[in-house]
Design a protein around this ligand. Sequence first.
Ligand code: SAH
Length: 286
Amino acid sequence: MTDSLSLPAGPMGQWPQLEPGWVWLCGAGPGDPGLLTLHALNALRQADVVVYDALVEDTILDWAPQAERVYAGKRGGKPSAKQRDISLRLVDLAKEGKRVLRLKGGDPFVFGRGGEEAQTLIQHGVPVRIIPGISAGIGGLAYAGIPVTHRDVNQSVTFVTGHDQSGETPTSLNWKAIAEGAQVLVIYMGMKHVERIATALLDAGRPADEPVAVVCNATTPDQQVLETTLARMTADIAASALEPPAILCVGRSVLMRQVLDWQGLAAGQQPRNLDPLNRGRPAEVS
Ligand code: SAH
């Protein structure tokens, strides 16, 4: 363990400089501070102000002790800063000549309105840099022992948001087409409308016993994973104390957790099933 983090030599020997008047729009990953990128750490080191979201851990902010902290959280259903206010606040801070770090959970361009914020900044003549992050729908599932692709399961992944700007299940989504076409579904913000989502998928013909995982607070010390099925998920979630933020994963990749729950293994558990997809041969044999 080390309590001071130093950056190794950067690309071309140097890390980019966060100049006054710039905004760096940066992903903080799903929670575990170790999942930050080195570009994110470089940004934290230089920022005058960090504008951060609800899902960004304090430890990460502590790596920018010099910076002013501005909370711009938006959590479903709770009173929160308006997107327009957040975007314009970023413009103002940049125009004041601050070095601005806009830190968002996961990846800024995955269901994070990073696209809108960056567009507003550029429309106002503010220079930006985009720093991608590990998205909860990939890294969060990996922490639960669920590979988002696996050769024996899927050759595609469908990322879906469970509610749109109005807070409703996205009406623009063709759930029937998704149900028919998606091999594995990864649903962000799905807890509020879980019943509607499950019903839509079942009505469109997905099997009732299709495996589902609900991964809450992924990659944090509070991570919790519920394994269930499409038919049971609504009742099982209701009966559990599970709360958002959560990623829902629908598909046979969830079965892989029976062998790949590496956190459980590290805690001394035995693998539940070494061959959960019933391949009948070792994994290294194709
Ligand atoms: N830009 C983010 C997503 C923002 S939308 C990303 O790329 O991950 C917010 C949703 O992301 C939450 O409602 C939840 O579905 C998911 N999410 C973010 N962090 C999470 C975490 N640590 N555990 C589980 N789900 C998470």
